[in-house]
Design a protein around this ligand. Structure first.
Ligand code: GDP
Length: 297
């Protein structure tokens, strides 16, 4: 279950705090040392943990006991607020152009992260809101990828645009947008090729697409189970091609939460959606408040 092991550890720390009537500064310090350990074990970036603990400590030691709350509860409240601010941002969802204007969304990520699945999940979400999406099969290196997109598109009732595997991705992207225009569609998802690792060729191909067509949103799909790798991948993609937001997949199996807690703080771009399972309906909007309460139990 998402965040289970981190949540268990934090709940143990807070059980001790709650049981005390009055807290000394050293009680708070001890508790925060334990919170720090729990976050590091959850694979949260070291820099993020350090800054997080510093903020909580400053607020916890400096603050007066609030009305109606005992000191233990106050520390928990501060931790909760700091967790929310760690994951939160102004941007909450992908931004779509109004009316029938076409929004082009480029989906990027490493192979196996869940890009193709997520593309279909998102398209289904937008379709249910009255949009008319088109999925463009721009991964020409793995014939299975085109086929998988077609199967997923069929499952959610969204058209898939493919030109086989002999055309350049950039040409497929251009043709897909033309197709969408002439068929009154208003969202085009470009399902781009991933690789096992970040490499020059992949990045250059994505840059080429971005230069040739007007991409409105670039969404990076990363696998929560890969922890700090997902964090590094987010930074690399953002540095090289610029991303607008992240979709964190497989959160359903991530008991630790390192990627969820580190990505916004390290690459500066928010997590907008979370994949919560293999079914095409298993996609949630990423609400920092909800995530923080899952973590704190
Ligand atoms: P791609 O190579 O990035 O296009 O990855 P795929 O979309 O093919 O997904 C790889 C595997 O991850 C598939 O078996 C998916 O069913 C699975 N997957 C994708 N998203 C999720 C998720 O949110 N939760 C779980 N449990 N599995 C997922």
């Amino acid at each position: 279950m998402a965040f289970e092991s981190l949540s268990d550890k934090l709940q143990n720390v807070f059980k001790n705090l709650r049981s005390k009537g009055k807290l000394t500064e050293s009680d708070v310090k001890t508790a925060l040392k334990e919170v720090k350990m729990a976050l590091l074990e959850a694979d949260v970036s070291f820099k993020v943990v350090k800054q997080f603990i510093k903020s909580v400590q400053e607020r916890a030691v400096g603050a007066d006991v609030m009305n109606g709350l005992n000191p233990g509860q106050m520390v928990i409240k501060i931790v909760n607020e700091e967790l929310v601010s760690l994951m939160g941002s102004e941007m909450k969802e992908i931004a779509l152009k109004p009316g029938n204007e076409i929004t082009v969304i480029m989906m990027v990520g490493l192979q196996g992260a869940g890009k193709t699945t997520t593309t279909a999940k998102l398209a289904a979400k937008l379709k249910s809101k009255g949009r008319v999406p088109l999925l463009a099969a721009c991964d020409v290196y793995r014939p299975a990828a085109i086929q998988q997109l077609q199967i997923n598109g069929e499952k959610v009732g969204v058209e898939v645009f493919s030109m086989g595997d002999k055309q350049k991705p950039v040409n497929i992207a251009k043709a897909a947008i033309e197709h969408a225009k002439s068929h009154n569609m208003n969202v085009v998802f470009l399902d781009t090729a991933g690789r096992l690792h970040v490499d020059e060729d992949m990045m250059n191909e994505l840059i080429e697409i971005k230069e040739a067509v007007q991409v409105d949103q670039t969404l990076l799909v990363v696998d929560a189970m890969t922890g700090q790798d997902a964090v590094n991948v987010s930074q690399m993609f953002n540095d090289k091609i610029g991303i607008d937001g992240v979709v964190l997949t497989k959160l359903d199996g991530d008991t630790r939460g390192g990627a969820a807690l580190s990505i916004k703080a390290t690459c500066g771009k928010p997590i907008l959606y979370a994949g919560m399972g293999e079914k095409l309906s298993d996609l949630e909007q990423f609400y920092p408040e909800r995530m923080a309460s899952r973590i704190l139990g």
